[in-house]
Design a protein around this ligand. Structure first.
Ligand code: SDX
Length: 442
């Protein structure tokens, strides 16, 4: 799907030599350099050459793939999608333009954009039998559980786009995933309310349609606030892709076995659900409600700093960003504009969040560990202002991130060097031992 838009990794003349102080053997490994960011040591032959595995729980210093899609400079708070800064995309693009960019590698021409928008619009409906899947869930089921189930079930309906070796079928599956997620999400919300499903409308754009399917009823016309729709569109852009995060790595690993795209996206949704990842936006709101007032902030900061206390300031910290998450800055600005538009002058949760941010950013514990607000810190406050229930926050994240997952999945399938992902381990279990009959066990 992607067109060649930048240099491939180059094997520079430089390399590293590893000296094994046990055997005295020296082994040399090439250094690969990319367009931006740290070079990498190509260790594909490490075990063959040295008999050693690497050991890197959480993959803190491990590159899993070569990619042309997203670049993050965590030290300087930079996020680029196909080379374009997130700030410029958030200001000048709409979500479907960013989707096209992520999928194809270039910004669309006017004709390409119109054709893409129309193609996505024509894929927003769901097979009618999928409505039956919702009725198997309790009304109070967490909507992320419904998302995992219904998205995984798509492979039982759209057999004509599951052959991953066929580029056309991959493209159809990609369009279907991007287009149908708002419908699946909107219906999950409606199901939780006991309200009828609202079908997508072809005269609405992506964000408008999503709001329509979330909030319209058959009883009266639903008037879309253009400021709210613009804010939703911008929030979708901010969540579209983010390099090799946990859920994207889950999609890549799932896809590396040849699993169909719908199953891969369902796996990504499951990974995103965790509170350390996409579930953090829901956790931030719950945390702010628990803190309750500015007077309680010092006590919770103390809990966050206590190594024996599992409490963390949700929405703070990031594996890659050791500076401000650029998305958090844009999200904070969007938060103020949404609250102004909705004439919400006194939002205690926003006041609390801003005071928490101020105190944390002055505290040496957070400063020393370079812990800054991430994309999730303000998003929940906006979602709440839009009337979206807390349990739907991560669902919105999944709706946006689907295009990133599917773009990365396509890139992996098209990568000639890709193979099934199968990490090794450091085994510290029992030595070999023989079975003992139960009658002889004490
Ligand atoms: C997302 O990867 C991505 O790109 C993800 C994402 C995306 O778009 O896909 O950006 C989306 O998932 C954003 C992150 C959302 N999660 C949260 O907000 C949950 C709260 N944050 C933390 O759980 C944590 O910061 C992580 C999980 C985000 C990152 O964890 P790391 O990189 O493994 O860092 P760490 O746990 O090793 O922490 C380093 C130190 C530790 O202290 P010490 O052991 O050195 O004394 O910082 C502390 C941690 O205890 N720390 C925090 C903290 N986050 C880290 N202390 C208090 N509050 C926090 N939030």
């Amino acid at each position: 799907m992607s067109k060649k838009t930048s240099a491939a990794a180059t094997s520079s003349n430089s390399n590293v030599t590893v000296t094994d102080n046990v055997s005295g053997k020296e082994s040399t490994f090439p250094i690969l350099t990319g367009t931006e960011g740290p070079p990498v040591i190509d260790i594909r032959r490490l075990y063959a050459e040295t008999g050693y595995f690497t050991y890197d729980p959480g993959f803190v210093a491990t590159g899993s793939c070569e990619s042309k899609i997203t670049y993050i400079d965590g030290d300087n708070g930079i996020l680029l999608h196909r080379g374009y800064p997130i700030e410029q995309l958030a200001e000048n693009s709409d979500f479907l333009e960013v989707c096209y960019l992520l999928l194809y590698g270039e910004l669309p021409t006017s004709d390409q954009k119109s054709e893409f928008d129309r193609a996505i619009t024509l894929h927003t409906m769901l097979h009618e039998q999928l409505t039956n899947f919702y009725r198997g869930f309790r009304r109070d089921a967490h909507p992320m559980a419904i998302m995992c189930g219904v998205v995984g079930a798509l492979s039982a309906f759209y057999h004509d786009s599951t052959d991953i070796s066929d580029p056309h079928q991959r493209m159809v599956a990609s369009y279907r995933m991007v287009a149908k997620m708002p419908t699946i999400a909107g219906w999950a919300y409606k199901y939780s309310l006991g309200q009828p499903f609202i079908y997508p409308r072809n005269d609405l754009d992506f964000a408008e349609n999503f709001l329509h399917m979330m909030f319209a009823t058959p009883c009266e016309d639903y008037e879309i606030n253009p400021v709210i729709a613009k804010a939703m569109d911008r929030i979708l852009i901010l969540h579209a892709d983010h390099e090799q995060n946990a859920s994207t790595s889950t999609v890549r690993l799932t896809g590396s076995s040849g699993a169909n795209p719908f199953a891969c996206i369902s796996a990504g949704i499951a990974s995103l659900w965790g509170p350390a990842h996409g579930g953090a936006n829901e956790a931030v709101l719950n945390m702010l409600r628990e803190i309750g007032s500015k007077e309680n902030i010092p006590n919770y900061i103390k809990k966050a700093k206590d190594p024996d206390d599992p409490f963390r300031i949700m929405g703070f910290g990031h594996r890659v960003y050791k500076n401000f998450d650029p998305r958090a800055k844009i999200m904070r600005e969007t938060c103020h504009s949404v609250l102004d538009e909705l004439d919400i002058r006194d939002e205690p949760l926003l006041d609390l969040a801003m005071e928490l941010e101020r105190i944390a950013l002055e505290d040496e514990y957070f400063v020393d560990r370079k812990l800054y607000p991430n994309v999730d810190f303000y998003s929940g406050i906006i979602f709440q202002a839009l009337g979206i229930p807390t349990t739907m926050f991560t669902v919105l994240f999944a709706v946006a991130r689907t295009v990133g997952w599917i773009a990365q999945w396509n890139e992996m399938i098209e990568d000639p060097s890709q193979k099934i992902g199968r990490p090794r381990q450091l085994y510290t279990g029992a030595d070999r031992r023989d079975h003992i009959p139960i009658s002889e066990r004490s």
